[in-house]
Design a protein around this ligand. Sequence first.
Ligand SMILES: Cc1cc2nc3c(=O)[nH]c(=O)nc-3n(C[C@H](O)[C@H](O)[C@H](O)COP(=O)(O)OP(=O)(O)OC[C@H]3O[C@@H](n4cnc5c(N)ncnc54)[C@H](O)[C@@H]3O)c2cc1C
Length: 401
Amino acid sequence: MPNLGSDRSASVIGSGPAGLMAADVLSHAGVKVKLYDHMPSPGRKLLRAGIGGLNLTHGEDTELFLRRYTPQSALLLQAIERFNALSVRNFVEKLGIPTYIGSSGRIFPTSMKASPLLRAWLKRLYHQKVELELKTRWQGFSNNGELHLISAEDRELLIRTDVTVLALGGASWPKLGSDAAWVTHLPGVRIAPLRPSNVGILIDWPTRLLNHAGQPIKDCRAWKTAGDPIVSGDMILTSYGLEGGVIYALGPLERGDTFQLDLRPQLSEDILLARLSSQRSGLNISNRWRRAGLSPLEMDWLRETLAKSEWSRTDLVAHTIKNMTVNVSGTRPLSEAISTAGGICLSNLDENFMLNTYPGVFCAGEMLDVDAPTGGYLLTAALATGYAAGQGALNWLKKHP
Ligand SMILES: Cc1cc2nc3c(=O)[nH]c(=O)nc-3n(C[C@H](O)[C@H](O)[C@H](O)COP(=O)(O)OP(=O)(O)OC[C@H]3O[C@@H](n4cnc5c(N)ncnc54)[C@H](O)[C@@H]3O)c2cc1C
């Protein structure tokens, strides 16, 4: 990579994975980079993501991997092909963090945590002379195109740099730093309304099912309507509804939506029917269902779904267990979502991830109108667009000596 010399300057705002990647690309090429964040420490959401096991990316084939993203925009998909799952894995390994691929194809650091990765990355950026300015809030641009910042000491700063990368995140978990205040700082830029994604859903559970709150439902399958992709995995029944991988993988759901659940995908309807039918008719319903292998949660769900007169209809019971209709009454708020849908519409960006109406200003990460399920796709998109914006900023510097 050509060295552009340290007389060229870049400001990167946001120290999440997208901003860290843009700062890395630019500083590696010799650009003097200042990395700003309004929080007292960098990469807070990345650290939080590591608490449940940092799912870095996914090992499935590229075609399937790319299909996970919405929108299917050429700009986005090219960026992800350029910095793909293998690049993510190699990048992390080069930082000295060993990774492994789980049985589901998901890729994690061996330690599962994000802190060793963040530490190693910050050390690398320090050696590349990136200056980290914390507790410094970006407020937009001055009329002269300078960055308008509020320093840790509450002083107003107007900074002029050759290029700027904005990587300010979405609006989920705002206490970690991404509060989406930036939506008011970019007049003229089209921003799709921010919405919760990968979030728990609300269901008006009858009392009988509320008694099972906190219970996991493992290895189930769900689909929106016949012919739609079937998603599989685990979820948890909560006091407000359902939460977990299967629900997130269904994609955006809202009040009034319904979807179907197969609570026993390992058993065909015929086998389930045979098991139910082989129970002695002298037994009461609970014992018949229990002996056929149904769990207390499944039995209560059946009691709430079927009329009492239908409970002895083994064909109907077997069919319902494999085709439970779920009515969605809403979603948990954006502040609790794993990620944010909506954001800067990709049509605002040129092929270098530069804002068409703000020459020299590039955008990356969750602030873009990009959505994907959990499974490592979110971090990959943040890293890939951070890489693309960093490269785009380098291209701009080369063209504007
Ligand atoms: C609980 C949880 C678990 C997750 N687990 C995973 C996972 O396992 N795998 C996965 O792929 N993804 C996961 N994610 C999603 C992943 O963390 C995000 O996709 C990723 O962090 C987005 O990176 P980003 O750099 O775009 O934004 P962020 O990480 O949100 O970083 C944006 C930064 O900008 C700063 N900032 C915002 N506004 C300003 C301002 N005005 N001035 C200065 N600084 C500002 C913020 O403080 C923040 O540090 C998880 C998310 C959550 C909440």
